[in-house]
Design a protein around this ligand. Sequence first.
Ligand SMILES: Nc1ccccc1C(=O)C[C@H](N)C(=O)O
Ligand SMILES: [Zn+2]
Ligand SMILES: [Zn+2]
Length: 208
Amino acid sequence: MSAWIDISQRLDEHTPVWPGDTPFSYRIRWHKEDSGSVNVGQITMSTHTGTHIDAPFHFDNKGKKVIDLDVNIYIGPARVIHLSNPKKIGIDELQQIDLNGVTRLLIYTGAWTNRNTFPETIPYIDPPLAPYLRKYGIRLIGVDLPSVDPLTSKRLPAHHELHRCGIHILEGLVLDHVPPGDYELAALPLPLVNGDGSPVRAVLRKMK
Ligand SMILES: Nc1ccccc1C(=O)C[C@H](N)C(=O)O
Ligand SMILES: [Zn+2]
Ligand SMILES: [Zn+2]
């Protein structure tokens, strides 16, 4: 069996966040010296920092919260594909790629390689791609980008169309060190009862 490899963004005070969103912070709230027994940390962060999933409630007030999402979506076979710096990610860009039997699709674009700053512009998912992916049976899409829509988008058409097609969203993957191919994925959200999104620890291992 191959080893699991980490495809998650490291979280510390340098981790870039969506412009205006809560900075990431971890601090020791109780020091061992003071408590007499343990260090106890405190995390403050946006639910959309680093590698994370979006729950439908993120973009739809009536949408499911994180606790309502099926854990089976986030564990299982996944295909990693590479696109070379696409402007958008649409049916045309995926035309040459075999998606038969794929249930989880992770897309490397290379558009966000400097993970110390938030990108200025990103490729986005062209909404008609959602029904195209669903036709193959895809239930999860993952990207190495902070959003599946353009950064300036308010209507979030890709988020909505993916959701309408039953495709779950995983953002902020780090795939620079992952060759295209078939893997097993685990990227479980926290059991946040009211969550609109959740950080995940995303890992892959090669399927033989
Ligand atoms: N954190 C934000 C703060 C303000 C406005 C948008 C965001 C987002 O995160 C949107 C992005 N499409 C996302 O799903 O992660
Ligand atoms: Zn998000
Ligand atoms: Zn999103």
